[in-house]
Ligand binder design. Structure first.
Ligand code: PLP
Length: 395
């Protein structure tokens, strides 16, 4: 098919040309005296994206899933109780992984389309007088449903009950796109992958540990080897890794972090919020609803759109891909066929996202869903036009 593929799945996201070029490097000796010039500032700058000064960042040649495991095995012991809520495919998978690592997982079902129920959490923490709950597994942004949970609210629940549980955050589809403040929100382990807000291929797990989480490692009895942060703590200060690093990915990460910091993290969050609102306006104009059940759950990095009863969202994706070269995100597991998703995170602007809205509209019509042609893009574009930053007068 002529022309490019329009990639609007919620990760992997589009890779900026500057990042692609930065990764185009010859092989290099990762034990050379020069190598720390890449690694040391990279680990420091990464802290600015996680917004931590007190914590320590780690980079593993892995993905977000390994990040879940790194958080657990480096701080906990088999049989420890962890508390989680299940409201989408990724919360489901983290719970499953924790069980396989022999955690005593207490999890509560929450309707898909909602997020962490703060009232329940606070009540449960209050009830846990003996502090049996050792950690909270909190998914900041459930990518399967387009639901963002309130992390400061989680911190408040821990503080108001004076509960010492470790606060783990899956920020895979959030960090680098949605507001995330590791220190201010008292997060103990925050984790991300490179293929979403960081605008890179998948391949690195990125983490920030608080001092409390680092101290927990001393007593954590979970077996760990390749994913032990200790080996990184030994090698990273000198600017090295305990094993052969994915060097081109590190150069790409350096450039991606530079781009984020040049834009400014607050501006990055604001851009995502504004682009996401345009998508939500489009959904409203189509007369459809989002999987996220209430505005307080709306995600600024991905929108899951519910197709009307009697239609299969997979048909929309089929037409989008085969007729218009547009990749949309599928509904996963319990919402398979019920939703399709537009990913709006990473290297993105209005007109790029316009292609996802127009293509979704065309594909829905092809699949027999009677939306008014042009209605979605009219609503989104008008919102973006009216909220565009003012320009200086033309000379
Ligand atoms: N957590 C969330 C919220 C995700 O969206 C994903 C992947 O999409 C993961 C975890 C798993 O990450 P990975 O596929 O990089 O292992």
């Amino acid at each position: 098919m002529a022309g490019r593929n329009h990639l609007y799945i919620p990760g992997p996201t589009n890779i900026p040309d500057a990042v692609l070029s930065a990764m185009h490097v010859p092989s290099e000796d990762h034990r050379s005296p020069n190598f720390p010039k890449l690694v040391k500032p990279l680990l420091e700058d990464l802290k600015k994206v996680f917004r931590t000064e007190k914590g320590q960042c780690f980079v593993f040649p892995a993905t977000g899933t390994a990040g879940w495991e790194i958080a657990i095995t480096n701080t906990l012991s088999p049989g420890d109780k962890v508390l989680a809520y299940r409201f989408g495919q990724f919360t489901h998978l983290w719970i499953d992984l924790a069980k396989r690592l022999q955690m005593d997982v207490e999890f509560h079902e929450v309707p898909w389309g909602e997020g962490v129920p703060l009232d329940h959490l606070e009540a449960r923490l209050k009830e846990d007088k003996n502090h049996e709950i050792k950690a909270l597994l909190i998914c900041h942004n459930e990518t399967a449903t387009g639901v963002t949970s309130d992390l400061p609210g989680v911190r408040k629940a821990l503080d108001s009950t004076n509960h010492p549980a470790l606060f783990f955050v899956d920020g895979v589809s959030a960090i680098g796109s949605l507001e995330y403040r590791h220190d201010d929100w008292g997060i103990d382990v925050g984790l991300a992958g490179t293929q979403k807000g960081f605008m890179l291929p998948a391949g690195l797990a990125l983490l920030a540990f608080s001092q409390k989480a680092l101290a927990a490692r001393e007593h954590a009895k979970c077996p760990r080897a390749f994913l032990d942060i200790h080996d990184h703590m030994v090698h990273n200060p000198g600017g090295y890794f305990p094993y052969t690093p994915a060097v081109p990915m590190l150069y790409g990460l350096k450039k991606a972090v530079e781009l984020l910091l040049e834009e400014g993290m607050d501006n990055v969050y604001a851009r995502h919020a504004r682009l996401a609102e345009g998508v939500r306006r489009a959904v409203g104009a189509w007369g459809l609803r989002m999987c996220a059940r209430d505005p307080k759950w709306y995600s600024n990095s991905v929108t899951a759109i519910v197709v009307p009863e009697g239609f299969d969202a997979r048909d929309v994706m089929h037409y989008a891909y085969h007729r218009y070269n547009l990749s949309l995100g599928a509904g996963l597991s319990e919402v398979l066929g019920k939703v399709f998703r537009i990913g709006h995170l990473g290297d993105l602007n209005e007109l790029m996202l316009a292609s996802a809205i127009v293509g979704s509209e065309m594909a829905m019509l092809d699949a027999g869903i009677q939306v008014t042609p042009g209605s979605g893009i009219a609503a989104a574009s008008e919102y973006w036009r009216q909220t565009a930053a003012p320009l200086a007068a033309r000379a």
